[in-house]
Design a protein around this ligand. Structure first.
Ligand SMILES: [Zn+2]
Length: 522
């Protein structure tokens, strides 16, 4: 019987087909090849599916026609076009054994229908299979090696860029400061995930659909250890080689807020009023909220007020006894409270002077601390090595290993952060202190102004969640002495201001200033 050939061309979107000729190119080449070799082509089959797994419809149709005797030969670019899995490869070899297939022709592969030829062919199919198996294995192995080198595989998170040229992850100068600010904002505790998404949106960080990032994307960002220098891979934490953009401390602070806010009941406000969400009802401890109320007088005048009141639901429980409070009244009270904490400008100048002296003294002190921290870190590193050894010796199981490893690494990172703070500059307290002085000086202006949101944020800074509204009066719930350490500096400031006004408010007193400088330690 004359040999009748089927021309088979295949290319898929598989990675391993990347380097293969396009289908059009295969067709051109194969037709030219057939002409040169004087091979008769009875049909052309084109397939765009992967040959990694069985189940290609065009391939199946081709085999059917061959079984029916419509053709007895196949022309393809290379055996790997015909089969990349053992079942399809086996079928071809079987058809050859059955003599249904008389010959195969490949421009790039020698084949002869002899036992030696079939042996070579099955090796070629096998190689394709081996190549496929190997590829995914190699990819995994490559990734693992990358991970061990401290390189996080995949796309770098927001704030970083994959440098294609050097194959490293570098800090994105545009977005990194935004990520840092997102962390800082969230760590304050008065921001919702949505607020962070909105903030980033105003700075140009958006989804492909041009809308703010979703809340779960913000959560992912705020819980990604990548930003302080570690990264997660396959459920394990690794030390990265990339430059951290936030401190472990800031990251930890944010995790605390996330944990806390998870349990907080979220109330919906259609139109949130500026003084909502930080005062609690003095009787039932529910949040105080605000709403618009309109009064229409008989003469046609319409007055609009904003009232604040307790959010207690009246169903099934006695009505909250606290009356509504007009916004103006609340504003007045809060402003008066804030003013007690307003630092005179002259004090700020004096404080800054004292800070300079302190800074110089501190340099000397930090030296011994550095050595101490270095020792601890070295000990933890040794501990990690011992842990790895026991894991490799199979003394402990994988779960114990990964858990313990994460724990030690977290500790180590904490100390490393402390150390880098020390070495970067013992003066990291300077900036927050300077910020604090700035805030303290700004209080007077804000308290006298009309910006209610600014007042609220000052109240949160100074009083935290310690403000209650009782009998139409805003006041502190807990005595100042119970304030958290950060808030204590405000207590100290207020005491100083009070004692000072008793003597002479205009001149900063030298006895009082050192007292205030103490607050930087808090
Ligand atoms: Zn109430």
């Amino acid at each position: 019987m004359n040999k009748k050939y089927i021309l088979y061309a295949r290319k898929s979107t598989d990675v391993e087909d990347k380097q293969v000729l396009s289908i059009e190119a295969q067709l051109v080449e194969l037709r030219a090849y057939a002409r040169n070799e004087r091979l008769e082509i009875v049909n052309e089959f084109i397939e765009k599916k992967s040959a990694k797994t069985p189940g290609r419809p065009v391939f199946a149709e081709m085999l059917k026609r061959i079984e029916r005797g419509e053709a007895n030969g196949i022309i393809a670019w290379h055996p790997d076009r015909l089969a990349r899995n053992s079942i399809d490869g086996g079928q071809i070899v079987y058809l050859l054994d059955q003599t249904r297939l008389a010959n195969l022709k490949f421009p790039t592969f020698w084949f002869e229908n002899t036992s030696q030829g079939k042996f070579m062919l099955s090796i070629a199919f096998g190689q394709s299979k081996y190549y496929v198996d190997n590829l995914s294995e190699n990819t995994k192995r490559g990734l693992r090696q990358k991970v061990r080198r401290g390189e996080c595989p995949g796309r770098a998170p927001l704030g970083y860029i994959n440098d294609v040229r050097t194959k490293t992850v570098i800090v994105d100068k545009t977005n990194a400061p935004l990520v840092v600010e997102a962390f800082e904002r969230y760590s304050r505790g008065d921001q919702r995930l949505q607020d962070i998404a909105d903030f980033l949106f105003t700075k140009g960080v958006k989804t492909k659909g041009n809308i703010p990032l979703k809340k779960d994307q913000i959560t992912k960002l705020l819980t990604n250890p990548f930003y302080y220098g570690h990264f997660r891979y396959a459920g394990e934490v690794f030390e990265g080689k990339h430059t951290p953009i936030i401190s472990k401390k800031l990251f930890d602070d944010v995790q605390i807020v996330i944990e806390r806010r998870k349990h907080r009941r979220t109330t919906k406000h259609n139109d949130p009023k500026p003084l909502c969400g930080f005062l609690r009802c003095g009787s039932c401890d529910m949040m105080v909220t605000g709403e618009n109320q309109t009064k229409r007088q008989k003469n046609g005048n319409v007055h609009r007020y904003v009232y604040y009141h307790c959010t207690k639901k009246r169903k099934n429980s006695p009505r909250c006894p606290e009356p509504h409070v007009r916004e103006e009244l609340l504003d007045e009270q809060l402003s008066a409270m804030l003013k007690e904490y307003a630092m005179p400008k002259a004090w700020a100048d004096k404080l800054r002077e004292l800070m300079d002296t302190d800074q110089a003294n501190e340099c000397a002190r930090s030296q011994s601390q550095t050595t101490e921290l270095q020792t601890i870190i070295a000990q933890l590193a040794a501990k990690l090595q011992r842990l790895l050894d026991s894991y490799l010796d199979q003394d402990i199981d994988r779960e114990t290993y990964t858990n313990k490893k994460a724990e030690i690494m977290s500790q180590k990172k904490g100390f490393e952060d402390k150390l880098s703070k020390l070495t970067l500059g013992q003066n990291l307290w300077l900036e927050p202190m300077e910020k604090w002085i700035e805030t303290a000086v700004s209080i007077c202006k804000i308290a006298n102004g009309a910006d209610l949101l600014a007042k609220k944020s000052l109240c949160l800074e100074i009083f935290g969640s310690n403000l209650i509204l009782k009998t139409k009066k805003a006041r502190l719930r807990a005595p100042e002495a119970q304030f958290s350490p950060q808030k204590n500096r405000w207590v100290l400031l207020r005491k100083t201001i009070i004692s000072q006004t008793k003597t002479d408010a205009s001149r900063p007193s030298l006895q009082i200033c050192p007292n205030l400088v103490r607050v930087k330690r808090l």
